[in-house]
Design a binder for this molecule. Sequence first.
Ligand SMILES: [Zn+2]
Length: 417
Amino acid sequence: MQQSDRKKQWQRIQQQLSYTFRTSRFYQRVFQEHCVQVDCITSYEDFSKLPITTKEQLQQYNEDFISIPQEQIIDHVTTSGTLGEPVSYYLNEYDLERLAENESRSFKLAGITRQDKVLITTTLDRRFMAGMAYFLGLRKLGAGAIRTGGGLPGLQWESIFRFKPEYIIAVPSFLLKLIQYAEENQIDYQNSSIRSAICIGEPLRTSNFELNSLGQKISSLWDIELFSTYASTEMATAFTECYKHKGNHVPEDLIFTEVLDQDGNHVAAGEIGELIVTPLNVQSMPLIRFATGDMLTYTDTACECGRKGRRLGPVIGRKQQKIKLKGTSLYPQHIIEILNRFNGLQNFIIEVSLDKNGVDRLKILIPESFREIESLKEHLKAFLNVLPEIRLEDSKTLQYLKFPANSRKPKIFYDLR
Ligand SMILES: [Zn+2]
């Protein structure tokens, strides 16, 4: 980052700190307990000594984070609750406008213009922030929105041929469902109006920014450009890749990011660490140094598209999901990637539990109709160095586990530890 940009960003961080200290009961208490004088935080070094805010704190003291009068709250949403119960999150007019600005810029990064139409296949209701954010972003950009929401592949295809959108916003595994539905119903999906997909909820790329096996699978079936994005309710920010597809650009005026090791030290570019965020310019629920639990890498070199600033690699798992197998540390995405690379295995669930000695035990649930168990075992042994337990399940149970009734995303990883 250039000196002038750094200075500007530092001013924004300081503004956010002093706003938060004035308005948030939670941070007033925490800063007092840690003897933090907000006026004395004058450098990044000072800032990096501030205590980390955890998801547990956000859950336990949820109301104490609200920094505006109740009557100013417009949108009431909850977090995805990937781990544990969902947590309440609030937005006022200002925050909704900030969200619209963030998404409209994200869409521009993916090449969307006001001439384009976009099919939104993520849910707009069910207390979900992202669907609303997409709509607001498209509205701000002046592009067209088609709000089909989740599920209903028949309605999705009918809407695509009716309104001819160029873009689709979707969870990657839902794109596979759409392809499957089209093939079963003789829909000429190769010749639809869709040129690109904005993908959310599952990683599409490996840490080298190559398409991962899920991305490759979609690409091999449907010739559209895939853009990965990464977002969460608490971050109140989406990170999107540009047409070079080399990591998700960080909108640095809207969020400050740090990537830390387990001792709280900054990791070097390219190394895996936990993403810690300080969303900037947020009014309703400001968070300072919030630990997302998402493990990823970053790079600070200029992108081939010419943009400067930080880019984030794909999320390889959650901090708590680290699995230790015979001394090696793995994250769910590693195992998902290995299983996806095995041709012919369409559906699976990964389960981790503890054995009687307290050691991690890995189990893979696969459809009972699957016939190539021996070669799958060899494949797993070759890439994991250990052979996990394999359990056959009927496909209905697998489907139920993968798309639980109240989940917004497919659930492939079950942590029973
Ligand atoms: Zn770029």
